[in-house]
Design a protein around this ligand. Structure first.
Ligand SMILES: Nc1ncnc2c1ncn2[C@@H]1O[C@H](COP(=O)(O)OP(=O)(O)O)[C@@H](O)[C@H]1O
Ligand SMILES: [Mg+2]
Length: 434
């Protein structure tokens, strides 16, 4: 297969030297069973590459099993990977296949391999070397025929030096390494990839893309793209969904890039002008401002899935409308919400108009308590009522936020929260969160 056809088929756009080398390497190794280690920052295309290697291999008619080793809790990773026998541990009511068995005849993609606990690393080494493994609770050796692709955004060799990654496993994985460079090191690819995303999203959202200005192009090229191609994709989508002019100029683009210059810095978020001073002089107005910021951010970060979009819109419309400061929302944001709902064909029912009366909302002169169903992990209702959330409610909220931030990766969430993974587990259980 020639390079262009291959790139088109697997969605790997780019003509930079870097991507050419990557593509050559993928094509060379895909027909073999050799173990491949993909290295690169988050969002550079490790998943796409793994799929391409599998899709070009003789194994393509069998499964590609994707395992995120960083997202599986330490306590169960072994049984997830290798399966277990009935009664192997409390709760093991049946025997179960692990991912290595499921992938038999196909490919297993071990994502975030650097996060694998050490006791499991030794078992990985064995299965990589001779296809042998044991189900948890069994002494019968099993065999599997899998092709292994591993990926990491960490410096594995550094982990070896730190003593958290086994050296023998490192060498076993290091047979063929494909390094996917960050987007800022392959600037030639930025515009073609961006163009493709904008065209795809325009088609999806029934919008017409009329191009972008030279200045916008320069900005796209000079921006650092800390989130790499994933970030580029999100921005393309936001531009298509939220900017109706269909022509992208520098000012429009800047609005979306601005908040991202320093990741994690709320100061750089696109801000809603604060018109809420009428709401009072207590600390609450601070919360209100942040609340609206969140609403706005949610608006800006509309996701791919139309179902998600609906749910999010529903949620924040709800919290906006139950907020006594709704009137303080800048008209542009209000219009945006109504228009978006219309464009996306979202049925807002009796919430359809933001000026509406039928939604439960707090009227300042009205002392009648209203019964509103709240999601226990949504703190926004406290902001309306001058109440202080309980420690438990706050805890749930923080846990939810941390898990969202790290895409459900419990290890990272617990690290951020400063609690052990075990404690996080207990709390998830305690609050019935999943
Ligand atoms: N070369 C490329 N051309 C076009 N889109 C790409 C390319 N590489 C990655 N993508 C897209 O970028 C996003 C992130 O890629 P992904 O493979 O999930 O990155 P990683 O696994 O390294 O975090 C995905 O939407 C993917 O389709
Ligand atoms: Mg990935």
């Amino acid at each position: 297969m020639d390079r262009e056809v291959f790139q088109e088929q697997f969605g790997l756009i780019g003509t930079s030297n870097a991507i050419r080398q990557v593509v050559d390497k993928i094509m060379q190794v895909s027909r073999t069973d050799i173990t491949v280690l993909l290295q690169g920052e988050s969002g550079v295309g490790k998943d796409v590459t793994a799929r391409a290697i599998h899709g070009m291999s003789e194994r393509k008619h069998n499964d590609l099993v994707i395992v995120n080793c960083g997202a599986i809790p330490e306590g169960i990773i072994e049984s997830e990977l290798f399966g277990h026998e009935k009664g192997a541990f409390t709760g093991a009511n049946d025997s179960r296949q692990g991912y290595f068995e499921k992938a038999n005849g196909g490919t297993i993609f071990l994502d975030e391999i650097g996060d694998t606990p050490k006791n499991v690393q030794v078992k990985l080494l064995r299965v990589l070397e001779n296809g042998e493994f044991f189900r948890v609770g069994s002494s019968k050796v099993q065999t599997t025929d899998v092709r292994v692709i591993a990926a990491t955004n960490l410096d594995l060799w550094q982990l070896v030096k730190d003593g958290t990654f086994r050296e023998d496993l490192y060498y076993r994985l290091d047979t063929v390494q494909i390094h996917l460079p960050p987007l800022r090191e392959r600037q030639d690819d930025i515009i073609p990839i961006f163009r493709k995303f904008v065209q795809d999203f325009s088609a999806r959202y029934d919008s017409v893309f009329k191009g972008f200005s030279d200045e916008a192009r320069e900005l796209l090229i000079s921006y650092r793209w800390p989130g790499n191609i994933r970030e580029l994709r999100n921005i393309a989508e936001q531009l298509v969904v939220l900017e109706k002019s269909q022509f992208i100029d520098k000012e429009r683009l800047q609005k979306y890039l601005k908040g991202r210059q320093h990741e994690g810095s709320a100061d750089n978020l696109p801000m809603v002008a604060d018109q809420s001073s009428s709401s009072g002089d207590n600390a609450n107005s601070d919360f209100d401002r942040r609340d609206r910021e969140l609403v706005y951010r949610a608006l800006v970060e509309l996701r791919n899935d139309i179902g998600d979009v609906k749910q999010m819109l529903g949620n924040f419309l709800y919290s906006t409308l139950s907020n006594k400061n709704v009137k303080a929302l800048p008209p542009a944001v209000r219009d945006e919400v109504t228009n978006l709902a219309g464009n996306l064909n979202i049925d807002l029912g009796n919430q359809a108009s933001l000026g509406m009366k039928s939604m439960p909302h707090h009227d300042e002169d009205d002392d009648e308590p209203e019964i509103i169903q709240h999601d226990e992990t949504d703190l926004s209702h406290f902001l309306d009522n001058d109440e202080i959330p309980s420690i438990e409610e706050t805890e749930q909220f923080l846990i939810r936020r941390a898990l969202e931030k790290y895409d459900g990766n419990r290890r990272k969430a617990s690290e951020t929260l400063g609690i052990s993974e075990r404690t996080l587990y207990r709390k998830l259980d305690q609050y019935g969160l999943d």
